[in-house]
Design a protein. Structure first.
Length: 363
């Protein structure tokens, strides 16, 4: 009897187990799919007709380009994270690739082309790129000197933050970046000795831009090799010990600052007061050299009206800057520029101008 019962029950149990196994497989696959795309191809497959984004770097001879980090995102292939208490969070998936910029012939231009549409089952789209420049031969500053940071750029092409955060500057259309840099040789002792050659510029280690309409990105770092700054970290961490910065003129500054004073370096290089180098302090410059650019810019919002652009001697637009203009019709316009450095709307009868003055007024 016992053997007969087993011969009847066993097939039923097997069928139940098979159904249970099938259900469990479906559940596991569903869970796996949500985490990493069960049997889904996550690779990039840019279509042949994908629009291209071109990134070009103009390299000074002392510098080289770093490997570019390219990130694509997908709203289809989600990335799932779990918090400490088990809460589930979904985010767009991301896929990273790394590209080397290629030299264009024998020129100083290095370039890479990136498909905007990453394609594939995940429908990847180009999200952001991270690239930059460093010294090609850091040992020229000493046997054990290594490359540091300072010449980095992040460009965001969608509306998400990059791995290094959000953008500081938003740009319409193509993006052109021209920035000045100085060599910074820094010697550190705390936490182990090291000596690095970095680049100090206006702003942080990485310049952060958002340019969703850009199809061309151009970066030109301008290196002032003859104006190096040196820093020496204290060997002991205690109250009153600060990093010493030695500037090209021999002056030494020891303060609670983490990097050299870029505007001091610019002032030493140009021979101009630092107020002359800031668009917001240009009114205080002892030797101002503002210019009104001659091109008449028609106003898009006011027919028969237009603007002029007022810039400093470096070509930077001067916001909230006083001017006095005498138009072709004899009318006098005494105003301040907009935040973009443009004059207030002027009737076309004022063009061309008879006189241009930049007085300092006390309102």
């Amino acid at each position: 009897m016992s053997s007969m019962q087993h011969s009847v029950v066993d097939p039923v149990d097997v069928a139940k187990n098979m159904r249970m196994f099938h259900r469990m497989s479906m559940v596991v696959c569903a869970m796996f799919f949500s985490l990493s795309g069960c049997r889904q191809d996550h690779s990039l497959a840019p279509p042949a007709n994908s629009e291209k984004i071109t990134v070009t770097v103009k390299l000074p001879k002392e510098l080289k380009s770093e490997t570019m980090w390219v990130m694509y995102r997908s709203p289809i292939c989600k990335r799932v994270d779990y918090g400490a208490s088990g809460q589930r969070t979904e985010r767009d998936g991301h896929h990273s690739v790394y590209k080397e910029l290629e030299r264009q012939g024998q020129s100083d231009l290095y370039q890479v082309e990136l498909p905007k549409d990453g394609g594939g089952a995940c429908r990847w789209h180009l999200a952001n790129v991270t690239f930059g420049v460093v010294y090609a031969d850091p040992t020229r500053f000493g046997e054990n000197v290594t490359s540091g940071g300072g010449g980095g750029v992040v460009v965001i092409f969608d509306y998400n933050d990059s791995p290094r955060g959000g953008a500081d500057i938003k740009v319409d259309g193509d993006l052109t970046i021209k920035k000045e840099y100085f060599p910074w040789i820094k010697e550190a002792f705390l936490g182990g000795y090291n000596k690095r050659i970095s680049l100090v510029g206006e702003g942080d280690t990485y310049l952060m831009y958002q340019a969703p309409q850009a199809r061309r990105v151009y970066f030109e770092p301008i290196l002032h090799s003859d104006f190096a700054v040196y820093s020496t970290q204290p060997k002991e961490k205690k109250e009153g010990n600060h990093t010493k910065f030695t500037y090209p003129d021999g002056s030494v500054v020891a303060e609670r600052q983490s990097q050299p004073d870029f505007w001091k370096l610019q002032s030493l290089r140009t021979g101009r007061a630092r107020e002359c180098l800031s668009v917001w302090q240009y009114e205080k410059c002892p030797d101002r050299r503002p210019q009104l650019l001659p091109e008449w810019l028609p106003s898009p919002d006011k027919p028969d009206f237009g603007h002029y652009l007022i810039v400093d001697e470096w070509g930077n637009a001067l916001p909230v800057y006083d001017y006095r203009l005498v138009g072709a019709d004899g009318r006098i316009f005494r105003e301040s520029t907009t935040s973009d450095g443009l004059t207030q709307p002027l009737p076309i009868s004022a063009h061309p101008l008879r006189e241009v003055e930049f007085p300092v007024w006390r309102w």
